[in-house]
Design a protein. Sequence first.
Length: 178
Amino acid sequence: MKFVPTKIEGVWIVTMDHRRDERGWFVRTWCAEEFRAHGLESGLSQCSSSFNLHRGTLRGMHFQTAPFEEAKIVRCTRGSAHDVALDLREGSPTFLQSVSVEISETNGMGLYIPKGCAHGFQTLEDKTEIFYSITEPYQPDAGRGVRWNDPMFSIVWPLADHAILSERDASYPDFASS
């Protein structure tokens, strides 16, 4: 694995090394030792997948509150997506800033999102599947979100005019009033 830091402390682009041969490829997607070596959370609690039928599907911006905050690495196993991490850690020099990367089944990239950051993505193709490796179990009562298009964050979404959202994701209030 290759770890590339981003402008937001603790958010990393992680590129998976594909070992290819005539059968296809094999890739390691989580290594506690390598994560620890980069100062990242290394315990894995659960894995989840999201299948998205349509191009433009937007999920986010989600996070869990203390004491259930979670770190995660997000990869695309089918199709492609615009993946975003948003720093919600008060006192952080990048508070309310975001970083994004295109993840796809072909580029081998994943985005590591630390505790205290919100996460969201928008699919760039029909039938896109996203795979999450997560450090803490999902706690519905701790689940929160901020609005994907809140002007406070200035997140640029590639298909903003064609965003397909859940009612919950569309109804989060402005961050300033939350």
